[in-house]
Write a protein that binds this ligand. Structure first.
Ligand code: DCP
Ligand code: MG
Ligand code: MN
Length: 342
């Protein structure tokens, strides 16, 4: 159209950013989705800009253009092309996706390691280019194949049964349940997602149980490595991430496990959130938002929003004890966990 033709930065928009946007839209990952979104914002800003971009500072001054995008714009201006496009399917992307298979490694770190000259997992092990791994990254590297494997449902069940026995020995009134893909009935699971809470009608709570359980699970040889410990072990609401395996089974693989403990009254909200899947969660959150609510891992809140849709405050908790009351208030027909797949 005439409007776009008169844009002094049209070549940047056309040749490169739109290319990149398409590339990233073709991928499925959440991060790529966000990257595509940020390119779209940058393109919007470039379209509005009245003069030819001359410098990094000028590019970065645009609303919606961050440091990284500004750097790319400069690269386009200086070279007339973008390296990333040429390398999209080659060495850089291959190494970065290999590195991102290491637990806790995201795009930024993966590309930093590539930039430091690392191409293989052995390069990382040898600290090529001065690369230093954190404790957790070392564990992620050591059990790379195990962690990137999915376990059969039966194995998740067997591990969970052992954990449940040990948990109930600590407190027979604990409520302990697997959520995530297992609860949705998947035939294989990427990890085991365990919810822990406890009814409070006898005046007790599960305060302090999670650290004791972790201790006992290590002692029983079920937990093998810790990845992220609870921030405050005495908080009723806390999380743990680690690795586990079936003890006394020669060659049993390391499996990812997450524990989530929540106050009893939030159990419905937590079950709903951590059962997923994430697409289902997104549509429930959108439905909630459209009805003047906000849905998170604790439950459903009635909120006040301003004309721009921003929340004034955290709102008032209206449902959190059972999944069903959240479905009911949102006017969503009940779906069993195995139906929550889109
Ligand atoms: N979840 C979410 N959004 C995220 C991460 C998680 O809504 N960004 C919710 C939905 C997931 C649940 O938490 O279903 C559990 O997260 P997992 O990553 O363990 O995913 P799943 O258990 O669904 O699949 P997998 O078998 O890969 O573990
Ligand atoms: Mg899971
Ligand atoms: Mn999980």
């Amino acid at each position: 159209s005439t409007r776009t033709k008169s844009c002094p930065n049209q070549d940047i928009i056309d040749k490169v950013l739109t290319e990149l946007m398409k590339l990233h839209e073709a991928k499925v990952g959440q991060e790529d989705h966000w990257r595509a979104f940020s390119y779209r914002k940058a393109i919007g800003a470039l379209k509005q800009y009245p003069s030819r971009i001359q410098s990094f500072t000028e590019a970065k001054g645009l609303t919606g253009v961050g440091e990284k995008t500004a750097r790319k714009i400069m690269e386009i201006l200086q070279t007339g092309g973008l390296r990333r496009i040429k390398y999209e399917d080659t060495a850089e992307v291959k190494a970065a996706s290999l590195f991102r298979g290491i637990y806790g490694v995201g795009k930024t770190v993966a590309y930093q390691w590539y930039a430091a000259g690392c191409r293989t997992l052995d390069d990382l092990r040898e600290g090529k280019g001065g690369v230093k791994l954190s404790h957790v990254q070392k564990i992620g590297l050591q059990f790379y194949n195990d962690i990137n494997d999915r376990m059969p449902r039966e194995e998740a069940k067997a591990i969970f049964e052992l954990i449940k026995l040990i948990a109930l020995e600590l407190d027979s009134k604990l409520f302990i349940e697997i959520m995530g893909s297992y609860r949705r009935g998947s035939k294989d699971c990427g990890d085991i997602d365990v919810l822990i809470t406890r009814p409070t009608d006898d005046g007790h709570t599960h305060k302090g149980v999670l650290p004791k359980l972790l201790r006992d699970l290590h002692a029983a040889g079920i937990l093998t490595e810790d990845l992220a410990l609870p921030e405050d072990p005495h908080d009723l609401e806390s999380t743990y991430r680690g690795l586990c395996h079936l003890p006394h089974v020669p060659g049993s693989k390391r499996r990812r496990i997450d524990f989530l403990s929540v106050p009893w009254k939030y159990r419905g909200g937590a079950l709903l959130y951590y059962t997923g899947n994430d697409f289902f969660n997104r549509s429930m959150r959108l439905k909630a938002k459209s009805m003047g609510y906000s849905l998170n891992q604790r439950g459903l809140y009635k909120v006040c929003r301003d004309s721009r849709g921003e929340k004034f405050d955290d709102g008032l908790l209206v449902a959190s004890e059972t999944e069903r009351e959240i479905f009911d208030i949102l006017n969503v027909p009940w779906q069993t966990p195995s139906e929550r797949i889109r």
